[in-house]
Design a protein around this ligand. Structure first.
Ligand SMILES: Cc1cc2nc3c(=O)[nH]c(=O)nc-3n(C[C@H](O)[C@H](O)[C@H](O)COP(=O)(O)O)c2cc1C
Length: 203
């Protein structure tokens, strides 16, 4: 019998997956230790190499580092209160923005959000490989971001992102400590993958 301690946050998978996938999760408690500029650029480089429809690469990132002050505080202003209560511990904050139309023909790009999600996936997995954690946030105020960062109309502000090394749950409010130490949940694979007809599970 294994004597390895069970990591409550590690994904309980039906198949043996790569530890970068099983180990990734979205924490609220971040250490004050700041990733280096080189490290942050490395994560952005991982996003840069994500696939995208027509290779449009619609993603743009606004990056703030806590010790550098102003940009970070401006991003924090764009984050809703229920996220701010933990996100202000993260040493790096970002806003993800996306170009809504294709550059080659100016037609609407139906997949710009999909592509930005792909870029955040590669960024998140590279972060795991470097012992960093990523927590994405829908709970932001895009209009505030447009105002503070003069985001052009041709772009949409999609999400906020908190990045840093893992902190300790006791840094958090009681409510957030609960979420921080809860087991991660997923739907069953049979509910997600179909064959023959919709709802007929691929198994
Ligand atoms: C696009 C997107 C938006 C999210 N928005 C928020 C948010 O506003 N606040 C929050 O605490 N978590 C947010 N999350 C994190 C999810 O709640 C989290 O990924 C999900 O519960 C699964 O947990 P895991 O990432 O630890 O596996 C968001 C994640 C994504 C991908």
């Amino acid at each position: 019998m294994s004597t390895e301690p069970i990591n409550i946050k590690s994904a309980q998978t039906e198949f043996d997956l790569h530890p970068l996938i099983t180990g990734r999760w979205s924490p609220r408690a971040f250490s004050a230790k700041e990733p280096s500029r080189h490290q942050i650029l490395k994560l952005l480089e991982a996003a840069r190499w994500a696939p995208s429809s027509f290779n449009e690469q619609p993603w743009r990132f606004i990056v703030g580092v806590k010790s550098r002050g102003e940009e970070y505080q401006k991003i924090l202003e764009c984050i809703n209160d229920f996220n701010k209560e933990w996100a202000d511990q993260a040493p790096v904050l970002m806003l993800v923005c996306a170009k809504k139309a294709f550059t080659h023909n100016d037609k609407p790009n139906r997949h710009y959000k999909y592509d930005c999600g792909a870029a955040m996936s590669t960024l998140s997995l590279q972060a795991m490989a470097d012992n960093l954690y990523v927590h994405q946030m829908a709970g932001i105020n895009p209009d505030k971001a447009i105002e503070l960062f003069k985001v052009p109309e041709t772009f949409e502000v999609l999400t906020g992102v908190a990045i840093g090394y893992l902190g300790a749950p006791d840094q958090l409010s009681e409510k957030n400590q609960k979420a921080e130490t809860a087991r991660r949940q997923r739907k069953e694979l049979s509910q997600l993958a179909f064959s023959e007809s919709w709802g007929n599970s691929f198994s």
